[in-house]
Ligand binder design. Structure first.
Ligand code: ATP
Ligand code: MG
Length: 459
């Protein structure tokens, strides 16, 4: 069953009320019992003192009949108060059920209790030994009050109080339910607001206005999540636009080139040339699509597979070798520095792909004859590979966005149709890093631009 705050609150209110009533009830029950007992004891005492006085003063055989009448008078017909006199002399015996009482242990004097088996009535008693007087031997005077009324009162109290408590608990539960509903109303209002959110209205936020403080945290956190969602959504929408934009140029080139080729009769050599240039555009398209598929897989959290332990500096050297022709052309040199023995567990193909992208950028953004540096370093359990090149500084505003897809610092170059890259190179570097549990970093100061990525789990 689903847990409900309302049910829990109502349950807790009910338990609290029940505990309170039980406590109060027990206290009242105790007080009532004590008061009733005190009252009964007073009664017993008065009756005992009264008779004792008479028996002590006039308790000889001559007056005994009168005393018996007095005791008769003092004993109500309902039997709620009774007197007994026990004596060795049978002439001075008095009281109902005397024969039964032999069996009852009353103690010498003071308080006790006795039950008359014939009637089943129980009496609370007070007894006293009275010294001989004239022709009367010593006797024992016993006064008893019936405990039935006492018990009846106590039971009536219990029943009445129990019913009252039950009623009150029910009332508390109803009130608790009502209070919980009122208390939770802001939550329902929040839910209503949240339900109205749509992708189109992602810029909306839940209103903090009159929310209770307890809900403020939740709402702020939820609004934060909305903000991140909105960013992601906007990025996605921008990304779609970028993709379309990116595909448009090669497609336009393809169509234009083909249309020109078809506009008049051509020689086989001319068609071949057209096909050749079409092929280049098509390959460009394919590489964009492949890059995007790769990025999509990395986005879904795919980790690098085919991991092997390799000496990082060695892999750097091998990658640089591929650039030999380009480096020779531009007179650029590359130095490898840092921890040349450091090893890392990685997918070598992915590593080379990432480094290739960095080297391409570095060569592209530095003047001919520049000296590039690839630094391998170990930091916090990760291997960092940084490519540094001299060149114009990248504005601080651009640095955090360099690794975004299709992001280019100088977008005008792109719009003029000058084709350098699609702006996916660094996005792929970032994807490779994250597939290896690593991160990326870009700095640009003092005429040096450094772009780095890391691979977790340095050996
Ligand atoms: N070493 C660098 N110096 C200056 N700017 C750089 C450097 N590396 C990258 N950038 C900037 O970052 C942008 C993004 O680089 P990225 O490699 O992602 O894309 P690209 O080089 O434009 O295209 P692609 O690599 O897909 O062919 C570049 O357009 C460039 O403006
Ligand atoms: Mg690039």
């Amino acid at each position: 069953m689903k847990r409900s705050i309302t049910t829990r609150l109502v349950g807790m209110f009910a338990l609290t009320a029940l505990a309170m009533f039980t406590l109060v009830g027990a206290a009242l029950y105790g007080v009532l019992g004590r008061e009733l007992t005190r009252h009964e004891n007073d009664d017993l005492n008065t009756n005992l003192q009264n008779m004792r006085y008479s028996i002590d003063r006039f308790g000889d055989l001559e007056h005994w009949a009168r005393l018996q009448v007095k005791m008769d008078t003092l004993s109500p017909a309902d039997g709620s108060v009774r007197f007994w006199v026990l004596s060795d002399d049978p002439r001075f015996l008095y009281g109902k059920g005397l024969d039964e009482m032999e069996r009852v242990n009353l103690g010498e004097a003071g308080h006790g209790s006795l039950t008359l088996p014939s009637t089943g009535r129980t009496y609370r008693t007070l007894s006293m030994r009275l010294a001989p007087f004239a022709d009367r031997p010593a006797v024992r005077l016993i006064v008893g009050v019936d405990t039935a009324p006492f018990e009846h009162t106590m039971r009536a109290f219990l029943v009445a109080f129990g019913l009252l408590a039950l009623g009150a608990v029910a009332l508390v539960m109803a009130l608790g339910w009502w209070i919980a509903r009122i208390g939770l109303r802001p939550l329902h209002q929040l839910s209503d607001q949240a339900r109205a959110l749509r992708p189109k209205t992602l810029s909306q936020r839940l209103r903090l206005g009159r929310l209770p403080v307890e809900l403020e945290d939740l709402t702020v956190a939820f609004n934060g999540a909305l903000g991140r969602l909105e960013d992601a959504w906007q990025q996605l929408e921008g990304f779609n636009a970028d993709v379309a934009h990116e595909l448009r140029t090669p497609l336009a080139n393809l169509i234009g080139g083909t249309q020109v080729a078809l506009s008049r009769p051509r020689s086989a050599a001319e068609f071949q040339e057209t096909l050749q240039s079409n092929l280049e555009e098509l390959e460009r398209l394919r590489s964009i699509v492949n890059d995007m598929l790769f990025l999509a897989r990395a986005d879904q959290g795919e980790a690098a597979t085919g991991l092997t332990a390799a000496v990082v500096a060695h892999e750097v050297e091998v990658t640089i070798d591929f650039f030999e022709p380009l480096l020779d052309d531009t007179g650029t040199t590359v130095a490898v520095e840092g921890e040349l023995q450091a090893q890392a567990t990685m997918n070598i193909a992915l590593f080379r792909r990432a480094l290739t992208n960095l080297l391409q950028n570095a060569i592209e953004h530095s003047a001919a004859g520049a000296c590039l540096v690839v630094t391998v370093s170990r930091r916090a359990g990760a291997i960092w590979i940084a490519v540094t090149n001299p060149g114009p500084a990248i504005g601080a505003a651009h640095l955090p966005r360099l690794f975004d897809r299709f992001y280019r610092v100088d977008s005008s170059r792109h719009d003029t149709g000058e084709i350098h890259g699609h702006g996916l190179g660094l996005a792929i570097v970032k994807a490779v890093a994250s597939m290896h549990g690593g991160a990326t970093l870009a700095t640009s100061e003092d005429g040096l631009t450094t772009i780095a990525f890391s691979i977790a789990g340095a050996a």
